[in-house]
Unconditional design. Sequence first.
Length: 133
Amino acid sequence: MKQVITNMLKSALLVPALAFVIGFAVVPLAQPVSAFSESISDGAGSAQGKDQAESLFEGDNAIFKTITNVLLFLIGAVSVIMLIIGGIRYTISGGDSTAVTSAKNTILYAVIGIIVALLAYAIVNFVITSFAS
């Protein structure tokens, strides 16, 4: 059993090693010499997708800007929904002091969430525009 496991491990290590050797020994010999004269930026340009943004930070299709805007929109939407729920809970509390306190806390935390979302939006856009240039 020990011999079988040893042979399996050897074969599992042999396949990537052969692929590595073939990749560095055989493939470069088959390529023309002009393939090595390209610069790094040419390689990065060829790796770019068809509809992919050129920059992660600048432009209308910037990935980080889009992700942060969507996440901040969701945070703001949840905060507004919680504000509405807190208002409804406050209205239907019927004078119960614990229900009123709970509803006021919900409204307070929702307002804090809205403020945090707005500040985060401003900070993220400031940082992106300052580092992008």
